[in-house]
Design a protein around this ligand. Sequence first.
Ligand SMILES: Nc1ncnc2c1ncn2[C@@H]1O[C@H](COP(=O)(O)OP(=O)(O)OP(=O)(O)O)[C@@H](O)[C@H]1O
Ligand SMILES: [Mg+2]
Length: 265
Amino acid sequence: MAAERQSTEDYIVEMEGITKKFGEVVALEDVDFRLRRNEVMALAGDNGAGKSTLIKCLAGAHQPTAGTIRINGEEISIENPRQAKDHGIETTFQDLAVAGNLTVTKNIFLGREKVNGPNTILGVLDKGRMRKRAKELLEDLEIGVDVDAKVSNLSGGERQLVSISRTLLSDPKIVIMDEPTSALSVEGAERVLQLIERMQNQGISIILISHNLDYVRRAADRITVLHQGQSAGVIEKDNVEREDIVSRMLGGIPDDEPGEQPADV
Ligand SMILES: Nc1ncnc2c1ncn2[C@@H]1O[C@H](COP(=O)(O)OP(=O)(O)OP(=O)(O)O)[C@@H](O)[C@H]1O
Ligand SMILES: [Mg+2]
């Protein structure tokens, strides 16, 4: 069917009919989610709607109970985070995993340290190269954080920026951010939003989970809404009132006639 063929070309990620059960708990039921190439797609929904569960199915942290996942039109299974990375998918999870006692450089390279020599057993960590690469990465992203600083000495916003920049080390195609602005000051969130924009300009396709609808409306091209584990619609950002998103999040009947296009905040 023509629509199928078009979808394969347009979408970098297609998740279809995703169901995820945790024992008796049905966290997701028959959810569809599609990410276009180079767009910022927000995922909105109330607490417990299934947002983190859905992206964990894409990040290889969970296995869906049912459903299919296609990347670039090809059906794949993502059994672990390693396989997600192999498909160019990087994730910052809601519970930030940064090690406070280590430096910025070490956090960026955590788990993928550059090693000199023929193999990882005989080789030694190439600290100089890691530091140089971390510095380049942060400069490219215009993140003014010292690579030698201990992460415990950084602000929450700076930690978030380090955590996001870490995902960019492997030149990903898709970056998933679960609540990157929660617990941040207005200024901290502003820097994260600017970073998202730069990442999009670099050609990355982005999934952004946020409870902050003003940030969502500003950063995203489209918004997928979940309500109690089910799809509650996909909204074009340019065509939406804040109230429409909220009513979908709460399971209300969406307004068929959206009002005026909201001004950019
Ligand atoms: N590992 C798990 N074991 C059992 N139930 C789980 C597990 N993870 C999530 N759930 C349940 O699945 C549902 C969806 O949770 P999820 O974390 O995906 O929601 P969310 O939309 O990310 O919420 P929030 O906005 O609070 O982060 C909830 O009812 C939650 O209790
Ligand atoms: Mg969550």
